[in-house]
Design a protein around this ligand. Structure first.
Ligand code: ADP
Length: 524
């Protein structure tokens, strides 16, 4: 029994040990299996997260580098998939924007180029009157901007009814000569046609249609596409701007518009040059006419003076009673004839002086003179009139003035004119003549208490035939030449003359003359 029990116990122990071994194996296997599963799942999960992030990151890097065409493919349906979709959409939009910006930039660059070229062209048009230089600049810029290979500006002669090349660009001498030899009239299918239709004409390929003689020359020289823009003025054909391309093809509308602007500039340049030529011719004609007028006046006044002097001479003899005593009435009449004759002689002398100055025939007779003497002669001449009008006349000449060098007779004429005017226009008060030497110049002043001269008139009275147009000065007579002649004489001496005046408070005329005028000073 014991043995049986012992044997059962051993068996039971063995069975228990076997069961324990099995269950340990199961536990260990399960543990290992779980670890392996966890590892596999970890790997799979991390792979499904990292891979799309990597792809998205690569794509973003490409976008940053300016490459917008690619797409990122992520199979995930989660947030990463949505993110990838957004990245693709953004990339597409960025790509479109980038292309638009590029197109705009190119357009802007072209506009800037065109503006620059137009600026240069208008600068050339405004800065030089040399037509060839201007047209040369225009045709060169036209060819460059239209991306063509050669160009010509033709000018139309209305008398010969023909277009002649005036400026060319990108053409060899031979082609220029060949084109110049062609008579291009209004019947020419390219240039003539554009001019008559007053609109641009283009030939995309010369080899396709039967060309005109000039087009044949151009085709033979290797050009295929031609654009002709007429140069026009209202009701007038001025010429044509032609650009040529070696490649055949249509010129797009934007180039045609640009060439029209160049054509307008060419018309302006041609017009300017023509106007300038006309002005030059006219001013030459005017100069000649003015020379003839001065010459005529100089001759005429000379011819008038001789008989007038003789009339004055005989009147003087009559007044002096050389031909017997005249009755009182006749005496008064002859005295009037004499006074009017002297006045007329004065006028003729003024006209003669002015025309001599204008004809460049008046020369200064330089000699030493005394300012005191000039002042004294003047005072002696105007004193009778001043006295008769009850005006006080005073002359103050600084002491120890040096001897001057100049034309004494002409300087006396100037001072006489100033003092004569002062007495003529002043009704009450005083006339003062002052002479001094300041800074190497004589300064001679004639001051009166007359009506004065308005500021606007002060600038005018030194011009020929200018009188202050109011009745009081008009009544005083005169030609309006005295001050103009005085100014010229003073300027011939290298001096200046001017007036300061307040209307109602008198006038002060001041002339400044270099004390010693050089021998080289001649007529103006
Ligand atoms: P004329 O005296 O022969 O008219 P002038 O050339 O000598 O010609 O003078 C031009 C004009 O200037 C005069 O007509 C007059 O209107 C004005 N003028 C000149 N001197 C004086 C003066 N001292 N006071 C006022 N007006 C003057």
């Amino acid at each position: 029994m014991v043995n049986i029990a012992e044997a059962d116990m051993v068996t039971a122990i063995e069975t228990t040990e076997g069961a324990y071994g099995t269950s340990r194996l199961i536990v260990v296997s399960f543990a290992v299996g779980s670890i392996l599963l966890a590892l596999a799942l970890g790997y799979i999960i991390s792979w499904s997260l990292i891979e799309p992030v990597k792809k998205i990151e690569t794509r973003l890097r490409q976008i940053a580098a300016g490459e917008f065409a690619q797409q990122v493919t992520v199979v995930n349906r989660d947030e990463l998939g949505v993110l990838a979709g957004n990245v693709n959409q953004t990339s597409e939009q960025l790509g479109r924007l980038y292309q638009e910006v590029q197109a705009r930039t190119a357009e802007l660059a072209r506009s800037v180029g065109e503006l620059e070229a137009l600026g240069e062209v208008s600068k050339a048009v405004n800065s030089t009157l040399d037509l060839d230089t201007v047209l040369q600049t225009i045709v060169a810029k036209a060819v460059q901007l239209s991306e063509t290979d050669a160009g010509t500006i033709y000018v139309f002669s209305s008398t010969r009814q023909q277009f002649r090349p005036r400026a060319t660009y990108g053409m060899g001498d031979e082609l220029i000569a060949a084109i110049s030899n062609q008579a291009i009239g209004l019947n020419d299918p390219g240039i003539g046609d554009a001019a008559l239709r007053r609109a641009p004409v283009q030939v995309p390929d010369l080899s396709v249609r039967t060309p005109s003689p000039v087009q044949k020359v151009v085709l033979d020289a290797g050009y295929r596409g031609v654009l002709v823009v007429p140069l026009l003025r209202p009701n007038k054909i001025v010429g044509a701007l032609v650009v040529r391309r070696r490649k055949p093809g249509e010129f797009d509308q934007q180039i045609v518009h640009l060439m029209e602007t160049f054509a307008d500039q060419s018309v302006l340049a041609i017009q300017n040059a023509k106007l300038f030529r006309e002005i030059e011719e006219k001013s030459q004609e005017l100069e000649a006419a003015s020379r003839h007028k001065s010459q005529f006046l100089a001759n005429m006044s000379h011819e008038l003076r001789t008989p007038l002097n003789s009339v004055l001479g005989f009147t003087e003899l009559l007044v002096d009673g050389i031909y017997g005593e005249l009755p009182d009435k006749a005496k008064t009449t002859v005295a009037r004839v004499q006074a009017n004759g002297r006045h007329l002689l004065g006028l003729i002398n003024d006209v003669l002086d002015l025309s001599k100055i204008e004809a460049g025939q008046l020369t200064l007779a330089l000699e030493d003179y005394s300012v005191g003497q000039i002042v004294r002669s003047t005072v002696t001449a105007v004193e009778p009139l001043a006295r008769s009008k009850g005006l006080s006349l005073a002359a103050t000449v600084a002491e120890n003035l040096p001897l001057g060098r100049g034309d004494e007779r002409r300087l006396t004429q100037v001072l006489l004119n100033l003092a004569g005017n002062a007495v003529k226009f002043t009704e009450r008060g005083a006339i003062d003549i002052l002479a001094d030497a300041v800074d190497g110049h004589f300064e001679i002043i004639v001051r009166d208490t007359g009506p004065g001269i308005a500021p606007t008139d002060q600038a005018l009275i030194f011009d020929e035939f200018q009188q202050v147009d109011n009745s009081s000065t008009r009544q005083k007579g005169g030609t309006g030449l005295g001050l103009a002649i005085s100014k010229r004489i003073v300027e011939m001496h290298g001096g200046t003359i001017g007036v300061e005046s307040v209307p109602g408070s008198g006038s002060t005329f001041r002339m400044k003359i270099p004390i010693r005028v050089g021998e080289d000073v001649k007529a103006a």
